[in-house]
Design a protein around this ligand. Sequence first.
Ligand code: SF4
Length: 379
Amino acid sequence: MKNVTLSICEEFHCIGGDCPDTCCAGWKINIDKATDAYYQSVTGDFGELLQSKIDRSSEPHHFIMDKNLRCPFLREDNLCSIYRNLGEDKLSETCTQFPRGQLKMTNLVFSYLSFACPEMVRMAFSSKDPLSLSVTETESTPTAPSQNSALEDFYLESLMVGISIAQNRSFSIRERLALCILYYQQQQHAIDYGTFSSEYSTLFSNQEICHQLISAESLPASDILLRLRLFRLICLSIKIGTEEPHLMQIYNAFLSIYQQHDTNWLIDNLEDIFSSFHDLDIESEHLLVYLYLRYTACCSSTGVIASAMIFIVVFYVSYQCFLAFATLEKGSSLDQNERIRIISRLSRLYEHNSAEFPNLLQLLMEHDLDRPESLFQLI
Ligand code: SF4
């Protein structure tokens, strides 16, 4: 069994009350059956409080959030009163595991720490060096036919080469994204035809060939208006609600700017802001590496690895747009804490809406935004 993760995940510690946000608010917190059985046995005042704050009318049982969408056991100082009263080992699995996530295939496990946690983003962004991938192998009897193993090795190889392209600092972020779009497209053809050869991985690992590919491809210029069109579609599709007031505020700023100004004003003003994000290339690289791990894992389970690049571009473009309109609204550049806040809330929004991804993909197809040529114009 192979386990692949980012090495920094091994150093992560929740910072609890020092967290600028909290993962105990703004979404549904489910309680696993074993923990719930224990909660039902708790007596005394705390036991009564516990029973009154759990909704058992539907599965899975979950905490009843307060009017500010905070967990009823989250204290004013952002510490957990279940942890304080009953102990760390009495937290439900959701509370213990977040921000850890896993996608298990037969002989391959993708593990990650969600960027919905601002501390995880802060850790990633504090590194100037490329984030490293850790692949460990544990001995276990293969549980699947060799065809599955070959396919899973192919996914792992695609992820490793994809990440090495994302970290190749001799290319701009835009060129790295373009190379990855081309590479994942070739990998998808290989999957479709059942030929899991390393031919394209070898090709895309060659610096000289990558340079030739980029010049031969003659990338179309970025299209800011297309980017805004995508941003609007995404925001309508993933329905930003009251649980994300900060993103909602930026989106409303976008709508009013979009309605008040003509095309030339939008292009002139946004071009400068988007260009200024080149100063954030290392942060963008780390974000992309995280997204490669997340979406390669999630798209490997469906066998459509090319979709991973669509989701990566969608996330990346929506982040850049949130950043741009927050900058316009503020009238100056955002600091790193403000950028981390946007990324973590956006990650949370995407995680909430993961069930909507097939519809989002369908919508992009209807608008011709899923094709490589459109993706090139969007980045
Ligand atoms: S968001 Fe991260 S750092 Fe903050 S409380 Fe949750 S796990 Fe801890």
